[in-house]
Design a protein around this ligand. Structure first.
Ligand code: ATP
Length: 232
């Protein structure tokens, strides 16, 4: 589903003509199958966000190949990327990234609204999703009226509403206490089992890595294990 071959990336800093190359990722190769939860674990500065930005097309790699469902996405232009992202990816972030002026219902409905889905269809699909993530009673609440765990449930529901095949998650429990973290990780596992969604999670947190089928350790831009399966 996601296959990365010998991927490398550098940033170039300094004045034009005198740029200095800062290698950030070197020779990354990995393979993630459909329906797997994969985690990339590394300290701050190890290159996790850069890898996520390359996979989601917000940056172009200096070298190497990223295949998603067999398509070489490194060849995509911006227009193609915008379509591909909407079609295939859902995103979850550490700080939830909800729109403060929209209710729970409206935040989850937003991708459907942008897609031109009718109001009656939106109602059916969002209500079903609210039930699934346990937020029916909070449908009309605004983000500042919700706990951190509830806000992350809203953002997971929003990520799922267009039925993506892959969820890309950036420290999904980084802002949560350990009890709420367990709850959200449990929800991720359930959704993975029920819907066969592939999760690609970047984290520095071993608890998150523990729910993954494959764990990749990133150290100074290099993978130090090749996706050793995590013991159940
Ligand atoms: N735009 C940029 N220009 C120059 N260097 C950059 C740029 N973005 C990131 N870097 C450097 O690349 C390295 C990897 O950064 P990256 O953000 O991918 O790490 P990370 O593992 O996600 O860290 P964190 O967990 O703190 O978010 C760091 O040394 C960082 O300083």
């Amino acid at each position: 589903m996601i296959q990365i071959n010998d991927l490398s990336h550098s940033f170039f800093v300094g004045k034009k003509g005198k740029e200095r190359e800062i290698p950030v990722l070197t020779g990354i190769s990995l393979d993630i199958e459909k329906g797997e939860i994969a985690s990339i674990v590394g300290r701050s500065g190890s290159g996790k966000s850069t890898l996520l930005n390359l996979i989601s097309g917000f940056m172009k790699p200096v070298a190497g190949q990223i295949l998603i469902n067999g398509q070489d996405v490194t060849q995509f232009n911006e227009k193609k990327w915008a379509e591909f992202r909407l079609e295939n990816f859902g995103f979850i972030f550490q700080n939830f990234q909800l729109i403060p002026s929209l209710s729970t219902f409206e935040n989850i409905a937003l991708p459907l609204t942008l897609r031109g889905v009718s109001a009656s269809q939106r109602k059916i699909r969002v209500n079903e999703m609210l039930g699934r993530v346990g937020l029916l009673e909070q449908a009309n609440h605004y983000p500042n009226e919700l706990s951190g765990g509830q806000q992350q449930r809203v953002s997971i529901a929003r990520a799922l509403i267009l039925n993506p095949q892959i969820i890309l998650a950036d420290e999904p429990t980084g802002s949560l206490d350990s009890e709420t973290e367990k709850e959200i990780l449990g929800l991720i596992q359930e959704l993975n089992r029920e819907k066969g969604i592939t999760f690609f999670i970047i984290t520095h947190d071993d608890e998150v890595a523990e729910i993954s089928h494959k764990r990749f350790n990133l150290h100074d831009g290099v993978l130090v294990n090749g996706g050793v399966p995590v013991e159940a």
